[in-house]
Design a protein around this ligand. Structure first.
Ligand SMILES: C[S@@+](CC[C@H](N)C(=O)[O-])C[C@H]1O[C@@H](n2cnc3c(N)ncnc32)[C@H](O)[C@@H]1O
Length: 195
């Protein structure tokens, strides 16, 4: 049985990760190679000129990397202030390497109150929906991401394993989501096989 964590436990865990790992990609995942593969695969789907929202951006390591590869306007949000503090520090050190613009703010993906409807060309949610604890909150988060996407925008959902990609595809078909409006990305090649 999968153990459920309370919102407070989830917040405490990620606060500890921010304090321990500071600006390292290990704040979000200890598998550095997998993080780099995620960045590579997501970047392929971003285009110059895009407005991008990166929800649950942790310490902003990947968010900043996207803006060193594409001329995008990207906004990273995380609900842990200590993560955003590290993201802003990292941004100040990387500013000369950016092609696009980056900003960070504290924000909750289940209540994107400061974001207007239909604003973004792409919304990125990397290993975040799984952190929302229970299905009702996950659904709320998914709905908020859909709300802030432009009508022709794309929701980018990286999964390191093919089984995860297949689940996203099945869910989207069940919900009647148009195939062009999301990308379930397998970020780690060769991890898992299709049934
Ligand atoms: C696995 S890390 C995210 C990794 C990051 N997207 C990346 O690409 O490296 C999960 C992040 O989600 C954040 N998070 C969890 N619940 C959240 C919520 N309700 N709203 C915003 N961020 C949340 C955590 O603080 C943590 O930084």
């Amino acid at each position: 049985m999968t153990e459920k964590f309370s919102l407070e436990q989830i917040r405490e865990y990620w606060t500890r990760q921010a304090l321990q790992h500071r600006q390292s990609p290990a704040a979000s995942w200890s598998d550095r190679m997998a993080v780099e593969l995620e960045i590579r695969e997501i970047s392929k789907r971003l285009a110059d000129g895009d407005r991008v929202l990166d929800v649950g951006c942790a310490n902003g390591y990947s968010t900043i990397q996207f803006a060193t590869k594409k001329r995008i306007r990207i906004r990273g949000l995380d609900f842990v202030p200590e993560m955003i503090e590290q993201a802003r520090l990292q941004l100040s050190e990387m500013s000369d390497k950016l092609l696009g613009t980056v900003e960070f703010d504290v924000g909750d993906v289940t209540a994107l109150d400061r974001e207007q409807n239909r604003t973004y060309d792409k919304v990125v949610a990397t290993r975040v929906i799984i952190n929302l604890g229970e299905w009702s909150r996950q659904l709320k988060g998914l709905r908020e991401c859909a709300r802030v996407l432009k009508s022709d925008g794309i929701f980018l959902l990286p999964e390191s394993h093919l089984a995860g990609v297949a689940s996203i595809e099945q869910f989207s078909i069940g919900m009647g989501v148009a195939r062009h409006s999301y990308a379930a990305i397998q970020s780690v090649p060769g991890s898992g096989t299709r049934n």
